[in-house]
Write a protein that binds this ligand. Structure first.
Ligand SMILES: *[C@@H]1O[C@H](CO)[C@@H](O)[C@H](O)[C@H]1NC(C)=O
Ligand SMILES: *[C@@H]1O[C@H](CO)[C@@H](O)[C@H](O)[C@H]1NC(C)=O
Ligand SMILES: *[C@@H]1O[C@H](CO)[C@@H](O)[C@H](O)[C@H]1NC(C)=O
Ligand SMILES: *[C@@H]1O[C@H](CO)[C@@H](O)[C@H](O)[C@H]1NC(C)=O
Ligand SMILES: *[C@@H]1O[C@H](CO)[C@@H](O)[C@H](O)[C@H]1NC(C)=O
Ligand SMILES: *[C@@H]1O[C@H](CO)[C@@H](O)[C@H](O)[C@H]1NC(C)=O
Ligand SMILES: *[C@@H]1O[C@H](CO)[C@@H](O)[C@H](O)[C@H]1NC(C)=O
Ligand SMILES: *[C@@H]1O[C@H](CO)[C@@H](O)[C@H](O)[C@H]1NC(C)=O
Ligand SMILES: *[C@@H]1O[C@H](CO)[C@@H](O)[C@H](O)[C@H]1NC(C)=O
Length: 454
């Protein structure tokens, strides 16, 4: 909830004289919890399911499956890690499809040695290309998990654990506790394991159904607040009716260090670019961005391109400024009231995301497989673009008051920093009413959210 209203106040009311008023207006209704909440994906979660497939002389064999039910937030390389704390003195005899990062102290075991004796094991996925005899279904993707709206088939991950020194019946077994899911950084909070109705499995020939001996579920939710990430993307705007290009806010993702040669960004014409980019030893996941005023790894540009009698056309360009990152399976979530009448989309895939009945203003855009689902590292190929054709609803359509610009944009699930609304390109001669009308829109949309959430 905090995240929701801070993003509303942050993006829309930023620097407007009404911020104080809004804070007063909103604070009466804010919840104090840090509960993860994303207004565009209110039920988004990753569910981890443990199915006990058999009891063994000293424990059980379980298949653990993670489902990424989030609409658009995926987990990219270097992938997820999953940890928990055993309730008693359990050990992991063996694993398939995954492995623990540390074996721990197994010195009290003579003869065959367990895979892991730690009280709090941490599991990682195996890499693609793992030998067949160590695999199970849905494993071995290096921890990469797609999102549910983009591709449910690759939004699932599994591994198998053989647990010893554990209970051997559904009465004596104790559930593991304190689940921690990392992606690989912070952001996810997991609830306790809950025993649920045992999973039913249907055989390949669909002629027989079997069921797990016991099943428990754990639900994890994401919060950008907990992830404490600095913004990773920003939005710039332009239009056919005004020459102004509104660039990303200065320092949207960080400020340039003045000693840039040794600093946190590189100039594209810098002579030592190649050596900096390929310098070994640098953590692959620390971004190395091109020097810009916004310092964001990703910029999304929204250009209101053409006007027709019954339609209007927007060009969207996503530019990668990170020399150390190729984004595979990137996605963009855009909120704009005209998504209820998106007529045509060129060279991107589109999925409508409608968490609230009756509201159809949000869509997810993502690349076409083998064509532009790969957003290359910074450089000449580091961009993807598309055009959107919307049908005008004559009763609401206007170029006035910044209406044609998006309300919110997420890149890979991260909220992008928008320019302050009073800087949006104006229609010639439209002026002073702008801030007032934005405030009206804001209050109206806030009111509708309150209604929806209550
Ligand atoms: C997790 O997500 C699924 C799919 O959206 C949803 O059905 C389920 O209720 C969610 N679980 C929780 C605890 O929110
Ligand atoms: C445990 O198994 C018995 C049958 O063996 C079943 O009746 C009972 O519901 C199970 N309890 C749980 C918690 O799964
Ligand atoms: C749960 O895990 C966290 C992080 O791994 C740890 O700090 C905390 O002490 C654990 N709590 C329990 C009850 O084991
Ligand atoms: C447990 O998780 C599975 C897989 O996500 C889901 O199908 C099932 O409905 C969940 N059960 C409960 C009670 O949430
Ligand atoms: C960088 O240098 C310029 C002038 O050369 C100065 O105005 C600016 O404040 C400096 N920025 C930082 C982050 O030190
Ligand atoms: C990005 O992909 C290109 C082409 O596949 C490759 O040459 C380059 O090394 C990759 N960059 C990173 C940072 O992985
Ligand atoms: C939302 O708009 C899209 C695009 O026009 C349309 O395909 C979809 O059916 C609409 N969904 C609802 C629930 O109105
Ligand atoms: C799309 O626009 C047409 C023409 O304005 C309108 O009749 C129709 O109701 C709109 N569709 C939606 C889903 O709003
Ligand atoms: C274009 O928009 C800017 C605000 O971004 C405004 O200052 C300027 O006057 C507008 N230009 C015209 C020709 O209206």
């Amino acid at each position: 909830m905090e995240y929701l209203w801070s993003s509303i106040t942050g993006s829309v009311a930023h620097r407007s004289g009404f911020t104080v008023l809004l804070v007063l207006l909103l604070s009466c209704c804010t919840f104090t919890s840090t509960e993860a909440y994303d207004a565009l994906d209110p039920t988004g979660n990753i569910t981890i399911k443990w199915d006990i497939m058999s009891w063994t002389p000293d424990g059980y064999v379980a298949v653990v499956t993670m489902y990424n039910f989030q609409q658009y937030r995926h987990i990219q390389t270097p992938g997820w890690t999953l940890g928990w704390t055993w309730a008693k003195k359990e050990v992991i005899w063996s694993m398939m499809g995954g492995q623990t990062t540390e074996q721990g102290d197994c010195s009290k075991y003579k003869g065959s040695t367990p895979h892991c004796c730690k009280k709090d094991p941490t599991v990682v996925d195996l890499l693609p290309g793992t030998p067949y005899n160590q695999q199970i279904a849905n494993c071995c993707k290096g921890g990469v998990l797609n999102s549910w709206a983009q591709d449910p088939a690759t939004a699932v991950a599994s591994f198998q654990v053989s647990v010893g020194a554990a209970g051997t019946t559904n009465k004596t077994v104790k559930l593991p506790r304190n689940f921690t899911l990392k992606a690989p950084g912070p952001g996810y909070t997991c609830g306790p394991a809950k025993i649920v109705r045992p999973t039913k499995f249907i055989t390949n020939d669909k002629r027989r159904t079997t069921q797990a001996l016991m099943t428990w579920n754990v639900t994890c939710t994401y919060s950008q607040f907990l992830a404490q990430k600095t913004p990773t993307c920003c939005v710039s705007l332009s239009s056919f009716y005004n020459d102004t290009i509104v660039s990303c806010p200065t320092c949207a993702c960080g400020c340039q260090n003045n000693k840039t040669d040794t600093g946190n960004c590189v100039h594209p014409d810098s002579a030592h670019l190649a050596s900096v980019v390929s310098s070994p030893g640098k953590a692959v996941n620390t971004p190395l961005v091109q020097c810009t005023s916004h310092m964001c790894p990703i910029r999304v540009h929204w250009h209101v391109k053409l006007n027709y009698k019954e339609y209007w056309r927007v060009k969207v360009t996503i530019t990668n400024f990170n020399y150390r990152m190729n984004y595979t399976q990137w996605n963009l979530v855009v909120q704009h009231p005209n998504f209820d009448n998106l007529t045509q989309l060129f060279s991107f895939n589109y999925k409508s995301i409608n968490p609230y009945e009756g509201l159809n203003d949000t869509g997810m855009l993502y690349g076409v497989k083998f064509y532009n689902d790969f957003l290359s590292q910074a450089g000449p190929y580091g961009n993807v673009q598309s055009e959107l054709l919307f049908r005008k609803d004559q009763s609401t359509f206007t170029y006035d008051k910044g209406w044609a610009f998006p309300r919110r944009i997420y890149f890979n699930g991260d909220n992008c920093v928008m320019p302050p609304p009073d800087s949006y390109p104006w229609l010639p001669n439209a002026s002073s009413k702008l801030v007032f009308s934005l405030l009206t829109t804001l209050i109206a949309s806030f009111a509708s959210l309150v209604i929806l959430l209550s």
